[in-house]
Structure formats: C-alpha cells, structure tokens
Write a protein that binds this ligand. Structure first.
Ligand SMILES: [Zn+2]
Length: 272
C-alpha cells in the first residue's frame, strides 16, 4: 500500500512534468473507484486549463487548477506515472493528457483510490478532520500526549488515526513503536509523556529516511511500462513475526490489533 513517503515521492516525481502545461483531454476509462469519479465535472474543469501547483495532505495529492483542486488518493494499490507513449495496461483507469504529448496516467488494480474535485480542500469531507502533518510544525510528543489522555485504545491504533496525525500507516507505526520501545497494544492513555516525545521523533525520522530513499526512484515515474515502485524499507519488526529481533535475539511476536497484523519484540518493547 502506498504510504506517506510514496505519496510524497509521487508528488516530486510527477510535478516537474505537468505544471503549467495546457490540458487537452481527460480520459476516464473506469470511473468506479472508491467513490465514483465525477467524469463530466473533472473534464469541464480541466480541459483547456493547467495545473498551477501540487501539494500533499496526508496521503491525498491536491492538484491545483484555477483556485480549485483535483484530489487524488492512491488507495491500496494505485500509482501515477508520466507517459509519452501509448503503453496502456489493463488497470490504467485515467489519463490526463497535455498539449506537449505528456500523459499523467493513473493505474489502480484494486480501485480503492479516488479522483474527486473540490472548490475548497479545507472543507472537503475527506480532508476537513485530518490531524497535523507528521513532518509539519504542529506535530510533536506534546501533541500526542495531550490527545492521548484517558484514551483506552491501543497506542498503535491511536497513532494510525488520521484525526490524531496523518500518514502513519502500519509499517511506520510498527517500526516507530519498536524504535521507541513501546508495546503496540499499550493503552494510549497510559504511555508517559517522555515516551511520546521519543515516539514522535522516531515517526519523523522514519518518514524522512523513507522520503530520502524515495528520491532515488524519481526517474521511475517517467516513461516505459513499469509502475513506479514502492521502495523497500529496512524493517526491524514489520513482517518479521517468528524471526529473531536484531537488537536482542528474542523472537518477534505477532498480534492482531484493530484487525491489523502487529509485530513487536516482547523483550525490547515495554508495557505501560
Ligand atoms: Zn528485541
């Protein structure tokens, strides 16, 4: 699943190829994504127009055009790439074509992504309740600690809740909890302030490292038949159930928390 670093890398990968170019057509071959794509509206808004900027909010990409925005989410399996040739594949559902022949092509085999239009992202139902950006100025241990008081939910679910902080998916939650030595099943309200400071730092560190690594894949976004790859993280617990902890050699355990597989080291990660 594309996580925040992949979405940020997608932004950087496509941005230089599409800004300020005239859009000549929008071809929507499959409008049945997570929400039905408003084909006529998007075509009316975009054809003969341009994108003036791209930003990211959580895992949503916002492509600005005439003060309004196209909202794109990659869902479980989506990707965007730049194409100059007709290399159409089975799950390529949407093309945005530009006057110089560039095509921004959206592929999404599982169709959990979205393509929507908004006049104001701040009030859009998908975006209005989102918590702070983990790499922004409003995210830190104090923020997490303050919102966690009296909460009984497992800390892993707490940090994966986009109202608390956006863009912390299963991989980053698992790895950050390992780095901060906190058991994922701990009740959020019982974890002390100092641990939240450490946890916030580790989330930021992991995301930054991953975005840096993604920088080496930027050329994958242009041309050819390949989808932009999702880069491999160096993982210490995620997906390592049954293997030895790199730090202490205890066996990494797995547990289901909120319907998600959660891996942790029972020796390194404390219960509070
Ligand atoms: Zn360990």
């Amino acid at each position: 699943m594309p996580e925040l670093p992949e979405v940020e890398t997608t932004l950087r990968g496509i941005e230089p190829h599409i800004l300020n170019k005239e859009i000549t057509s929008v071809n929507i071959r499959q409008p049945s994504l997570r929400w039905s794509v408003p084909t006529n509206l998007i075509q009316k808004k975009l054809v003969k127009n341009t994108f003036s900027g791209i930003t990211r909010r959580g895992k949503y990409l916002l492509l600005q055009s005439s003060q309004e925005s196209l909202i794109i989410h990659l869902g479980m399996s989506g990707s965007l790439r730049i194409s100059k040739e007709e290399d159409l594949k089975k799950h390529d559902h949407i093309d945005i074509c530009f006057s110089d022949g560039t095509i921004l092509r959206y592929c999404d085999p599982r169709r959990f992504g979205c393509f929507l239009w908004t006049e104001n992202p701040d009030t859009h139902f998908l975006l209005k309740d989102l918590g702070p950006e983990p790499l922004g100025n409003h995210f830190n241990g104090e923020h997490l600690f303050a919102l966690s008081r009296k909460r009984k939910m497992p800390i892993k679910n707490f940090i994966m809740n986009s109202k608390i902080v956006v863009g912390v998916g299963n991989i980053y939650a698992s790895e950050a909890l390992f780095a901060a030595k906190i058991r994922p099943s701990c009740k959020a309200g019982r974890v002390p302030r100092k641990k939240y400071d450490l946890l916030a730092q580790e989330i930021v560190k992991l995301l930054r490292e991953s975005i840096k690594q993604g920088g080496t894949t930027l050329r994958d976004f242009v041309g050819g038949n390949n989808q932009p790859g999702y880069f491999k993280q160096s993982l210490k617990v995620y997906g390592r159930e049954g293997e030895d902890c790199y730090d202490c050699s205890f066996e990494i355990k797995g547990q289901r928390i909120g319907q998600r597989a959660s891996a942790y080291c029972p020796n390194c990660q404390s219960i509070f």
